[in-house]
Design a protein around this ligand. Structure first.
Ligand SMILES: Cc1ncc(COP(=O)(O)O)c(C=O)c1O
Length: 454
């Protein structure tokens, strides 16, 4: 019987007030946590309770909370200049950042960048850019992908009914094809190669029936499909997709808002597949929590659209750019790519061990510190175990770990990349205790009044 409940009275009071006065449309809560401060991989609530963070603010805090170098860069820049719109003028932090982004993105060709305020509008820009640069109207995206909440990004998304219901009409000429899922395979028992062939075949069938390939501007793919539960595609699929794009003059866009900036142990997730895309979309972790989105693409594409095709007053503002430059420095200086790989392998290994003991762990997958642990009611049918996911996350929070799930049943393991081995061990200990609590029936159904989640 779990007896370690913490005092969360201030949290509860503030949550109640928030729920009474803010729009519910932007809330998918897991537990009543009001965050007060964060340092590294630890956050503290307004009641003074501390938690290890396995969510990193939805993958936006790769350098850890309030990294001193990032804080210093932000402070310094705010004292100098907070905003002068780069639509009309120029500023050094943005020029410096662009130089860095062009250097760290894959592709031995001439590149350029554009900026926005978030992952969503960066994706809207991709739709515009692809259409203008190719003169073709159609975009192919993936079923079960999330690309953001603005109308363009939403039109490319296909992950949640409430996200779409009543909001149409969306952007026309955007099509969705199946992502190659090697766990919940299209037909039972398919091998990785069969999944690859099947998923590519779906595009090829569409190309001979309802989507003329010479009208397709771009295929937009996440190198690991995030919000559907961290689905890792086969390397062969990604390589053949690149070839399919080349065969038809279609742009390949790697949507790295969630997987980019070091999370997979490389700067960008697509580098794990030895594939070079024509454009990379960035957001979330790029500025360690300040609002910034960016796209780096082949220069000749960006040279085809003209002002004012895509601009925002505060996009790429000096403070966010300074934070992004500091973020890049920290990732380099503290070898966070290596740490993401090392910690990721360690955590994945520990979950694979747990899988031998807990029947409900159906699959453990991921690259670097982007790991999904898929909970199932039955390993044969792979039926999602939403109850277990919700209860285990809730209990983990009660025990001092921020753990969340998406796709109804997949534990989301995306801590800051500064996570230490000691923190990983403590967090895994809490997860294991929470599994035991679940097996012993010690987590009440009343948690469902609070837990919504993805
Ligand atoms: C893969 C992916 N793309 C785009 C977005 C949207 O980014 P933002 O919320 O910064 O607009 C998200 C956010 O969760 C995401 O995970």
């Amino acid at each position: 019987m779990f007896t370690g409940k913490r005092n969360i009275s201030q949290c509860l009071r503030l949550v109640e007030e928030d729920q009474a006065i803010t729009s519910p449309a932007a809330k998918l809560p897991y537990y009543p946590l009001v965050v007060k401060r964060g340092r590294g991989a630890i956050v503290e609530d307004v009641d003074g309770n501390t938690y290890i963070d396995f969510l990193a603010s939805a993958g936006a805090i790769n350098t850890g909370h309030c990294h001193p170098k990032v804080v210093e860069a932000i402070k310094k820049q705010t004292e100098e200049l907070i905003l002068y719109t780069s639509v009309y003028m120029y500023h050094e932090p943005q020029i410096d950042l662009t130089r860095e982004l062009l250097a760290i993105t894959p592709g031995d060709f001439r590149k350029r960048a554009y900026y926005g305020l978030a992952g969503s509008d960066a994706n809207d820009g991709i739709i515009k850019l692809a259409r203008i640069a190719t003169g073709r109207p159609k975009i192919v995206a993936y079923l079960r992908a999330y690309h953001g909440s603005t109308y363009g990004a939403l039109s490319m998304s296909a992950v949640s009914l409430p996200m779409h219901r009543g909001l149409g009409p969306l952007l026309p000429d955007i099509y969705h094809v199946p992502y190659p899922d090697t766990y919940r395979t299209p037909f039972p028992g398919m091998t990785e190669d069969e999944v690859t062939d099947f998923a590519l075949e779906q595009i090829k069938i569409a190309f001979t029936t309802n989507i003329p390939p010479d009208e397709v501007a771009a295929i937009v793919i996440e190198p690991i499909q995030g919000d559907s539960g961290l689905i890792v595609p086969p390397v062969r699929y990604m390589k053949l997709l690149r070839k399919l794009c080349d065969d038809h003059g279609i742009l390949l866009v790697s949507e790295e808002v969630q997987q980019g900036f070091g999370r997979t142990g490389k700067w960008f997730g697509i580098e794990n597949f030895d594939v070079v895309p024509d454009a990379i979309v960035m957001g979330k972790a790029i500025a360690s929590g300040l609002p910034l989105g960016a796209v780096v693409a082949r220069a000749e594409l960006l040279e085809k659209w003209q002002a004012p095709a895509h601009l925002f007053t505060a996009a790429g503002n000096p403070v966010c750019c300074a934070a992004a430059l500091a973020t890049i420095d920290v990732i380099r200086e503290e070898n966070l790519l290596e740490n993401a790989s090392r910690m990721g392998e360690y955590i994945k290994g520990r979950f694979l061990e747990m899988q031998k003991r807990y029947e409900i762990i159906g699959d453990v997958r991921g690259i670097g510190l982007s790991i999904g642990v898929d909970l199932v009611k039955d390993r044969q049918t792979k039926e999602r175990h939403g109850e277990a996911a919700a209860k285990i996350c809730y209990r983990a929070w009660e025990r001092g770990l921020l753990l969340s799930f998406f796709s109804g049943s997949v534990l989301r393991i995306q801590p800051p990349l500064v996570l230490t081995k000691e923190q990983a061990d403590s967090a895994l200990g809490i997860i294991e205790e929470s599994f035991q609590d679940f097996y012993e029936g010690d987590i009440p159904d009343s948690i469902f009044e609070t837990v919504k989640g993805w």
